[in-house]
Ligand binder design. Sequence first.
Ligand code: XBP
Ligand code: MG
Length: 260
Amino acid sequence: MNQLAAMIFDVDGTLADTERAHLLAFNQAFASAGLAWHWSVPLYKELLAVTGGKERIRHYIDHLQPGFTFPDEPDAFIAGLHAEKTRVYKDIAGRGQLPLRPGVERLLRNARQSGIRLAIATTTTPANVTALLQSTLGADAPGWFEVIGAGDVVPHKKPAPDIYLHVLERLGLSAAACIAFEDSAGGLHAARDAGLTTVVTVNDFTSDQNFDGAALVLSQFGEPDQPFDLLWGDAGASTYLDVALVRRVHARTRSEAAEG
Ligand code: XBP
Ligand code: MG
C-alpha cells in the first residue's frame, strides 16, 4: 500500500481566500489602462470558470466585449493588462492583507514535522504564490515546497490535469503516494484526472459547485478551537484537518481504489 509521501496544495481559495483581491487587481488594471470595464462579484464568480488571468481577460473580451478593438496585438495587449494586474495583486499580498485560511499554517507545519513532502499546483502566476507565502509564513516559506507548479508552466490549465502531472513528475512520485487539496470543481477535476485523492475546502466563490469525486468536502481545515463543518465524507471523530486525518483519508481511498 502506498504510504502518504506528499501533500499537493492549490493556492487561490485553498491556502487563502484570495479571489476578492484578484478581482480588485483586475479592476484596478482596467482603470489604469483607461478601460471602462468593471467586473462585479457575480460576474467574476462566472468568469472564474476560466482559469488563468490572461485567459480570463480574453474570454471576457471575446464574449462580453465583442465590439472591442485591440489597440495592439491581442496577446501583447492582454499580457500588458495582466502584468499590471499582477503588480497590484502582489502589492496587496505583500502588504499582508491576505491571511491564510484557518488551519493552513498548522497543517503545513504538522506535515513538515511529520516528514511529509509539500508541493503546490496552481493556475495563478508564480510571483503571486511567492508574495502570498512570504507575507504569511516568512521569507523562507517558498522553500518549504519542493515543487511550486504555477501559471504558464504547462500548456493547459485546470481543469486539465497538466499542472498536477507536472508536479508529480517533478516530485518523482506516483499519484497514489500523494493527496491534493483544492477549493473548486475545476481544481478537483484536474486533481482527480491526475489520479489524486482530493480534499476540498469550499469558499464563497465555490460553495455551490459539484464536488463529486472528492474524498472529503469541508468548510475549512479548521483549528482545535474552530471546528470545520463536514459537508461530505467520513472524518470520524475529527473536528479539524491534521496529518492523522489526512493519512486516514488517503489510506481509505487507496484501499477502496485497490478493491476496485
Ligand atoms: C486560481 C486562478 C487564477 C487566479 C488569478 O488559481 O484561476 O487564475 O484567479 O491569478 P488556483 P492569475 O485556484 O489554481 O490557485 O491572474 O495570476 O491567473
Ligand atoms: Mg483554487
